[in-house]
Design a protein around this ligand. Structure first.
Ligand code: HEC
Ligand code: HEC
Length: 487
């Protein structure tokens, strides 16, 4: 009995301690959750603003802490492209609207702390100017021509590997931009900055295979090798696959007109919704973070969106009318709205363009992508392997330069010449438009200074094939160009 009497108060003590400990644990867990994972919904006035700056679910997997991201170019300017004229991320060719906290295509979302992730608009937004000192126009859904995603990846990897990527250096730079609380500074120092460094080094490792293959250059990526080789996605081995998928970014406007057509350059999927969702997966969203509903709204917006009209008045209507007739005769069977082959895959042996992009996508990759999301209601099952490239509708073709799937021909005028007469080397990534030739200015001092030297002799960069219309007299080719400006 006496023993029991003694045990009582001691047990109560333990209970009190336990309760205190649990309460403390709960407080720490709540603060930890709040500071590291709490999701703050984004708000946008309309779907276009969402398209430019909204999250597509890449932040949990690949989101970078905004403040760290923000100061990286100041701390590590030596890892930005050497000859860039612009400072900061603009050196990588991003489109940045005045007053916005991020460039177009970069979403700022708080998951515990503000994080930055990329979205569709990073690649699917065009810019152009009608003269070197003219205003830069930003066109959502147009194909990016200036942003260099590979240089961006390299910049992040090199910054993370730099001995100066330390909490001391980064927090000092962040202090110039914003005031973090004492607790935030602690979290940045001991958790967020070291974890970011590890994550970026890991990402650089995952893209190691790109170093042995030709540069993507601005406006191009290898779209599916990163998905094929990613350990959490298709998990194929880059050591056993030396394909080069370098391909030009495509426009996303007027998707409705492509209903039922083969999508992507090689037609590897013909379901618009699957291509939209897999676009987000390729950018770093994962099944659990994929905002399926928001992406559905985005798809609806893109289906209806029209490209901007050709921006110069130099059009000769009579010539364009003659060009229309020529187009009906020579091109419409593959590119016209009623064309029997429009939206279908034309065998590579027939169209004759560079074969590398086609070889990059394999039957095994298609099979694995179809199996990837089986447990989810949205699932993929339309990935296929094809034998050629799709003849697309030519909507907004003026802003889709350089041309062909690898962006190997700078202007339509050049495309209408036999392959051996097309430029062997030119510069892409300068966004001043040529008023006559249906393409960007790609030669001369300014293009060389601002652009990327594109050499068609590199594997994957070949400019051969697609010689349709090249046998027409010069006047007829000019008329065709004039008509194509109106599409
Ligand atoms: C890092 C750059 C990049 C990002 C980000 C990106 N894409 Fe793409 N997208 C491409 C490239 C390059 C292609 C052409 C790939 C190919 O087939 O070779 C493409 C092709 C497409 C196509 C096929 C268009 C057609 O006419 O066949 C669709 C649709 C598409 N993307 C949607 C999206 C959506 C939606 C997102 C965001 C969820 C997205 N993409 C994000 C680079 C990107
Ligand atoms: C037999 C079908 C066929 C005919 C005929 C044809 N094309 Fe094409 N066209 C294609 C295919 C396939 C591609 C994609 C090839 C690639 O990217 O490798 C293409 C690509 C293009 C592109 C580049 C699109 C882009 O976004 O970069 C343009 C421009 C073009 N064609 C214009 C024309 C014109 C003008 C004519 C008529 C003189 C014509 N084509 C005739 C099949 C055809």
């Amino acid at each position: 009995m006496a023993r029991k009497d003694h045990a009582h108060p001691r047990a109560r003590h333990w209970l009190i301690w336990l309760a205190l400990l649990l309460a403390l644990g709960a407080v720490v867990a709540t603060i930890g959750w709040y500071k590291l994972f709490r999701e703050v919904p984004q708000h946008f006035d309309d779907v276009e603003a969402y398209y430019r700056y909204g999250s597509i679910g890449t932040e949990p997997e690949e989101g970078l802490p905004y403040w760290v991201w923000r100061v990286l170019p100041e701390v590590f300017p030596q890892h930005l492209p050497e000859d860039a004229e612009d400072a900061g991320y603009a050196a990588l060719g991003v489109a940045w609207e005045q007053g916005e906290p991020t460039p177009v295509g970069f979403s700022l979302k708080t998951l515990g702390f503000p994080r930055i992730g990329i979205n569709c608009a990073a690649c699917h937004t065009a810019t152009y100017r009608t003269s070197a000192d003219g205003e830069r126009r930003i066109v959502p859904a147009g194909p990016q021509q200036t942003f260099d995603p590979q240089a961006y990846l390299r910049f992040l990897g090199e910054a993370a590997a730099d001995p100066d990527f330390t909490a001391d250096t980064l927090l000092a730079a962040i202090r110039e931009e914003t005031e973090l609380s004492w607790l935030d500074r602690l979290l940045y120092r001991f958790l967020i900055i070291p974890r970011t460094r590890d994550g970026l080094l890991e990402q650089a490792e995952q893209f190691r295979w790109t170093e042995e293959r030709p540069r993507w250059g601005p406006g191009r990526i290898d779209p599916f090798n990163p998905v094929k080789f990613h350990p959490d996605l298709l998990a194929l081995d880059p050591a056993e696959d030396d394909t080069i998928g370098n391909s030009d970014i495509m426009p996303l406007w007027a998707l409705d007109e492509q209903e039922g057509y083969a999508l992507h350059w090689d037609g590897l999927n013909d379901a618009i919704t699957e291509v939209v969702l897999s676009g987000a997966i390729g950018d770093g969203a994962r099944p659990d973070s994929l905002p399926v509903e928001a992406l559905g709204e985005l798809e609806a917006y893109l289906r209806e969106l029209a490209p901007p009209p050709y921006p110069f008045d130099t059009r000769d209507d009579q010539m364009a009318a003659r060009g229309k007739v020529l187009f009906e005769e020579t091109c419409a069977g593959c590119h016209g709205p009623e064309g029997a082959r429009t939206g279908t895959v034309i065998p590579q042996s027939e169209v004759g363009t560079d074969r590398h992009r086609l070889a990059m996508w394999t039957a095994e990759a298609a099979e694995r992508y179809n199996a990837y999301a089986e447990a989810y209601p949205w699932d993929f099952d339309a990935f296929v392997k094809t034998d050629g490239y799709v003849a697309k509708p030519l909507t907004g073709i003026w802003l889709r330069a350089p041309y062909l799937h690898n962006g190997s021909v700078p202007t339509v005028e050049d495309l209408l010449r036999p392959a051996e007469e097309r430029p062997v080397v030119f510069h892409r990534g300068y966004d001043v438009y040529h008023p006559d030739r249906l393409g960007f200015i790609h030669e001369g001092e300014a293009a060389e200074r601002h652009g990327f030297r594109y050499d068609t002799r590199q594997p994957g960069n070949g400019n051969a094939g697609h010689e349709y219309g090249t046998e027409l007299p010069a006047q007829d080719r000019d008329a065709l160009v004039e008509y194509l400006k109106t599409l």
